[in-house]
Design a binder for this molecule. Structure first.
Ligand SMILES: C[S@@+](CC[C@H](N)C(=O)[O-])C[C@H]1O[C@@H](n2cnc3c(N)ncnc32)[C@H](O)[C@@H]1O
Length: 373
């Protein structure tokens, strides 16, 4: 079977490394994702273990699509009755690029019509659409008038780790946070500190990694569990394997801190209730006053880079302070800063040893590495 795992732009190589570790084959990074091949087991394993993938798609057909008629006919020709019963619900996501059809909602609607018409013509009944929580999520990718139709194994998205976060804190998407942790190359044995942890995404993803916890163990469900082809014994075997692979997280390894007490309390509660990070140590402190744990390690932060008008000067002073604090308190550490504002990043006043380009949604960001000798 062929698969395509999607990810945040800039994390394709990280995802490819994860797929190597998962035992997938024919791994081929592309723009915004990675192609790979494997069995049904590999598809399930990918959903269970991949930390940086947003979705795992299984392409089922590809055809030339120069017009809306070609789209309808190409989709109608597929054997949907083998995948979808009239009692099941469906949803269609569409991404379009450089094609005659330019509206993704229109393309999704046309695709849905073709599928529903085919099922109705075969069975006399129409399946319903459920955009939020369908039994079968279908992905339409149209690039240069070539259409690929895929089934979405993830369903509602692999970023759902089951730890609740406060949306007012601007939390990082879980899969992006996992990618940032991977890019730091943290050795999982020395300290890991996020001094501006907000709702705790980075310490929580570090904890999942260090305890070898498959992120999918925390997900409520996956799309493929509702497919007609679902293989429950195979899935149970993979879940048991993942449970056995978990390791105890050492105490005093991962630290999260923030000056916002509400954020720290929420992060602590999330970590404890989800069972992944009971051993993460949480502090309530301004970064400038935070005492580094004894020894050295990796510091990563995602400081505010706000769009709020009038905040620019305040933020410039704050980024300067970050640089000063690095120099004064964190000697010997490796520090990483993730920001979407390059002008502010310059105010840190230290020369980055590495600059990695990544996207946080549509925002072009940098992950900057500082060696604090
Ligand atoms: C963009 S949010 C971080 C979001 C976090 N990565 C997450 O996924 O939830 C920035 C955080 O920096 C914190 N912060 C701002 N100034 C700070 C300071 N001087 N010391 C410590 N934390 C600070 C804010 O309270 C906020 O929670």
């Amino acid at each position: 079977m062929d698969f395509f795992a999607t990810t945040t732009k800039g994390l394709e190589d990280v995802l490819a490394d994860e797929l190597v570790a998962c035992g997938a084959s024919s791994i081929e990074p592309a723009n915004g994702g990675v192609r790979f091949s494997g069995s049904l087991r590999d598809g399930y394993r990918a959903c269970l273990w991949l930390r940086t993938a947003n979705r795992v798609l299984q392409p089922i057909a590809s055809f030339a699509c120069p017009s809306q008629e070609a789209l309808y006919e190409g989709v109608y020709a597929l054997h949907w009755e083998e995948l979808l019963s009239p009692r099941m619900t469906l949803a269609v996501d569409a991404n379009l690029r450089d094609s005659t059809i330019t509206h993704s909602r229109f393309a999704a609607l046309k695709t849905k019509d073709a599928i529903v018409d085919r099922i109705r013509d075969r069975s006399g009944q129409r399946p319903n659409v459920d955009p939020k929580d369908p039994d079968l999520r279908i992905n339409l990718h149209l690039a240069r008038n070539q259409c690929t139709i895929s089934l979405d194994l993830a369903g509602t998205g692999l970023h759902r780790r089951g730890y609740r976060r406060d949306p007012t804190i601007a939390p990082l998407k879980e899969t992006l946070a996992a990618g940032l942790v991977a890019l730091t190359g943290w050795d999982r044995a020395s300290h890991f500190v996020d001094p501006m942890c907000g709702s705790g995404s980075l310490p929580l993803e570090a904890a999942l990694l260090a305890s070898n916890t498959a992120p999918g163990l925390l997900s409520p469900s996956f799309g493929f569990q509702r497919w007609t082809s679902f293989d429950p014994p195979l899935w149970q075997e993979l879940l048991d394997e993942a449970e056995q692979a978990k390791r105890e997280l050492p105490a005093n390894l991962i630290f999260g801190s923030d000056r916002d007490k509400r954020a720290v309390d929420l992060a602590r509660r999330n970590a404890e209730s989800s069972g992944i990070g009971a051993k993460i140590r949480w502090f309530y402190s301004d970064f400038a006053k935070l005492e580094p744990p004894a020894g050295q390690g990796t510091l990563i932060c995602n400081p505010p880079y706000g769009e709020r008008i009038g905040a620019e000067q305040e933020l410039e002073a704050f980024y300067r302070k970050i640089g000063d604090t690095f120099k004064q308190r964190w000697t010997g550490w490796t520090a990483w800063v993730f920001t979407g504002n390059l002008a502010l990043a310059k105010r840190i006043g230290l020369k980055p040893a590495r600059r990695i380009v990544l996207y946080n949604g549509p925002i072009e960001c940098r992950l900057l590495k500082f060696d604090l000798y």
